[in-house]
Structures are given as structure tokens and as C-alpha cells.
Write a protein that binds this ligand. Sequence first.
Ligand SMILES: [Fe+2]
Length: 439
Amino acid sequence: MLYIFLYFNYSVASGDADTNSLIIWTRIDAYSKAEVIYEISEDSLFNKMIKSGKTITDSSRDWTVKVLIDGLEPGKTYFYRFKYKDKYSPIGKTKTLPRETDHFRIALLSCQHFSENYFWAYKYLINDSVDIILFLGDFIYEFNVYRNPRRADPTLPAQDLETYRSKYKIAHSDTFLKLALSRIPIYVIWDDHEVMNDYAGKTIRYYNPKKLYDAYKAFFEYIPIRDNDSFRIYRSFKVGNLIDILLIDGRQYRDEMACRPTFNPKDNCYKVAFSEGRTMLGKEQKIWLINNLKNSKSIWKLIGNNVMFMDLFKDNKPLNVDQWDGYYFEKMEILKNIKDIKNVIFGTGDTHVFYFGEVIYDKKTIAYEIITAGVSSPSSLKVLSDTILKQNPHIKFMNAEYRGYVILDFYKDYLNVYFYGTKENGERILLREEKINAR
Ligand SMILES: [Fe+2]
């Protein structure tokens, strides 16, 4: 049987669930002001409906629909759907965070350039029984062709509200993404390509505030994140006393890059990169992060982070000053403040390379970093793999060959990490397993 969801080409999604509320999302194909009905139920047949209502959407939000559903119970599965002009959307499934749990499974994803490949990772994680998806940046790319396109992106390069919106529409058109987001709540942070390559928020806010506003507005329209007036995306979620999830924004408040190009920079660049006072997080967010880590009562503290936190040096110099190495003083300040906090894990995207390594401060391992490769975006770092591993002994694993995703299996006593590579034809292989014991 062929199912056609007239008006609902982008399916449905949910996100930012906490113990008693969450966001449900869809977009309808309409051309004038539209009234959309939403329904949320305890069962997939909608016999035990617990909430329904009406909401209005129109061109001012590109006919996206986002509803905050509250009054829910912790750790419970819910079903939801939308209705427009007597036609229903696909049925979505979602879940609130538990108040108490011994186990929680998170998928880490990042970097999905549309034309580079199908978003295979989503196809597999649907069957991995993950509780939530943590998306660590580059949900869209502002440009069309990366290296070796395997499917066409007919939209224009993004530079204003309409063109940023069209990039989200094309990302939301991927079949595997649609299936996964209709079944698993997603928590998203942005990185650079939601606006432009290697941008610093402070710089673009000065030179082109409209572009920044348009890009952020489109993100908030198309991502199931809670709305706010200041486009704040750093936020926290609590998974019982097992995990505190701290999502950070390494783009919006950052100072200009130490130098450009940021990759393999000029010899004198590190002096700027290491200089005092430069910030990636901005003062307010930095204090928020440190305080949240210090006050956490949970066993694990997972930081959802845009760019590589660990040192990545080549010939005694930072290899990429777009990463935390370009804001070295602030990195050291954070580490100094959290050095006695146990079980801190950085979960990171951006590099299109899988890494596992130790975050070192004062010659001691104080945290671990797990970096997921791109869902579809490619890497060219394979030629440097041997050099990187040799010159950075704190990096224990690196794979720049595969795209893919990472599964984190949190238990009270340990964390299992699975690095899954996806081949160009969509086959999946387990590249590496790691176990971190809780301290
Ligand atoms: Fe990327």
C-alpha cells in the first residue's frame, strides 16, 4: 500500500524533551494562513488521547508548526500527529526523559551535507533502540556541492531567510532522517554551516547582522527546539541522576578566529590563539557551563560540544584554530575549574572524523572526548592520520575514512561507546568499541 501524506511532505519530529514536556514539529504545504490541529495520545491508535489543540501557521514562519506539549509523565512514550484540511500527518512517536534510570542510550550525529550522500546513519539508529539523538552541528550546509555529489540539491546557496529555509527543507526531505525523527526525540545544537563556514558570531553580527538573524530564524523554525527571543541554544537536560546533558553554543558568542585560513595556519598564528582574554563561549555561557558542571549531582556529565576540545597539534602548533585550540586560554580556564569533577565526557562533531581521546590538564586525564564523523560530509584527513596519532598521544583512536555515527550506552558504573562507520553504499560496520569506567 502506498501512503501519501498530502500537506505533510517533511513528516513530523519531536525534540528537547524533559521529564514532563517536549516539542512536536511539522511543516505543512500551504499558501495562506493555515489552522493546524495537533493531537497527542498514549497509544498509536489515538484511543487514549491526552491532549489536542489548534495552532496557526503562515508565511511568517514558512508554514512550520511547533508546539510545546507539557503536563506529561516522565519516562513515558507518546504518539502525536497533526491534521490540516481533514488530512493527517504521519504518526510520530516520542518519549519524555525518565526521572530515574540505570541505563540511557544516546546517538551522536553531526555534519549532514545533503548532496554528499544519503543520511545512512538514521537508517541504522532507528533499530538501535536509542533514547535520544544528540545532533552536534551542521544540520544544513549553506553551500551546494562539497566534493563528490551523489544526489542533486536544486536549492540555491543560502544567504537570506528564504534560501536558509530551503536548505532545511532539503535536509528534512531525506527519507531516513524523516523516519528517525518521527520516532526518536532529537536535541540539536548548531555549528558553523547553519550560517557560513568557520564564522565567528561577534564578527558576522557586526558586518552582516541580517544574515545571522535570517540563518538563526530559519534554524528555530525548522528544528524542534524551544523558542526564545535571543536565539539562545545553550541549555541543559537531566536524565535522572545518571546524566546531566549540557549543550553548548561555540559559535554565536565567539571572538574572531586567531587567523585565517584556520586549518594548518601560519606559523605566528598560535600566539594569537593562545592569547589571554579570547572567548569562544562568551562570559555568561562559560560561567553557566562551569557552574552546571560544579553543581551536577549526576554520575555522568555529557557536554554536547561543536568543535574538538582536545589538543590537536602538528609539529608543536595547533592544526586547526577554528577548534578549541584557537581559544586556548579559555580552554585552560575551563579545565582548571573542572579538573576535580568526575566523569565529564565531551561529545563533539565538526571534524568529519571519528576520534576517541583523553582531555589532559596538568598532565592528568580529567575527561574523555568522543567525536563523531559526519553523517554524510567527507573528510580529507586520512593522509594525516599517522602523523596526528604519533604527535598527539592522548588521542587513542582516529578514523578519517568512514562517515557514520556514535552510540553512547550510559550505565551507572560504565559507559560503552560504539563507533559505527557507514560505507558509501550504506553498509554499516562497527569500527571501534570503548569502555569508560565511572570514577
Ligand atoms: Fe561539518
